[in-house]
Design a protein around this ligand. Structure first.
Ligand code: GTP
Ligand code: MN
Ligand code: MN
Ligand code: MN
Ligand code: MN
Ligand code: MN
Length: 211
């Protein structure tokens, strides 16, 4: 287990912390890229308002709603669909402020003294049908309240490697919010969505690929 991990119950017992819940929605698929490269899994991520890649979800106040109800509420806002997430879908809870995006040096002096309560990030993984993936994509691009605002669009994760690091290596070389990149990589490994060696090769290539 990664350092900084704690159980869902331990996390909820901590006072004075903020909580955020995000989910990896995925399905299997039989489709093939260019009619020859098997896609195998569709994993949904999103381009956020700040230009970072992340999973759908958001801040939840456990004194007002359960983590899972809060996550489902965020999914309704961000994806425009009702998708119940349950406690069985919980994968990990992690301490600590996630890496911050580049901070502006022009921030006022008073704001540099304010730091919000520490954040605990809860991660869920939920398998859905390929048809539901398409429904999510349609709704997220049309009726979702946050479309074009907090969420600029849904993206699928390429799980194959092409010439010159195309596919997963280039995808992983983009910039992610918090620990979304490691949430993605560890789930691909845990669910054996790719061969371990192929994933390691993609990770190596991702840091060599030019940005
Ligand atoms: P508001 O409605 O504007 O509050 O946004 P939100 O509730 O949708 O919150 P958001 O999704 O931005 O998540 C809150 C915080 O959780 C972010 O500021 C990040 O620090 C962190 N975060 C966001 N997405 C992810 C993710 O995919 N993985 C992880 N680990 N953390 C994330
Ligand atoms: Mn074409
Ligand atoms: Mn949100
Ligand atoms: Mn969000
Ligand atoms: Mn929110
Ligand atoms: Mn919001």
């Amino acid at each position: 287990m990664d350092s900084g991990q704690l159980s869902r119950a331990e996390a909820l017992a901590l006072s004075g912390h903020r909580h955020a819940c995000h989910v990896m929605l995925y399905s299997t698929t039989n489709t093939q890229l260019f009619g020859k490269i098997p896609i195998r899994y569709i994993i949904l991520m999103q381009m956020r308002f700040d230009g970072l890649l992340g999973f759908p979800g958001g801040l939840v106040d456990p004194s007002r709603e359960t983590l899972e109800d809060g996550l489902s509420r965020e999914l309704l806002e961000e994806l425009g669909v009702r998708l119940p997430v349950s406690i069985e879908d919980h994968v990990s809870s992690c301490y600590g402020p996630p890496l911050r995006p580049i901070s502006s040096s022009s921030s006022s002096s008073s704001s540099s003294f304010y730091s919000p309560p520490p954040l605990i990030t809860h991660f869920y993984v939920k398998k859905i049908e390929e048809e539901q993936v398409k429904e999510v994509e349609r709704a997220a691009a049309s009726t979702a309240a946050d479309h074009g605002l907090e969420v600029l669009g849904m993206v699928r994760v390429p799980l194959y490697t092409l010439k010159r690091g195309g596919g997963l290596p280039l995808f992983l070389s983009h910039t992610f919010i918090g620990n979304a990149r490691s949430q993605l990589v560890s789930t691909i490994l845990r669910l054996q969505m790719m061969a371990r060696e192929e994933l390691h090769k993609a990770l190596t290539l991702s840091v060599q690929t030019h940005r």
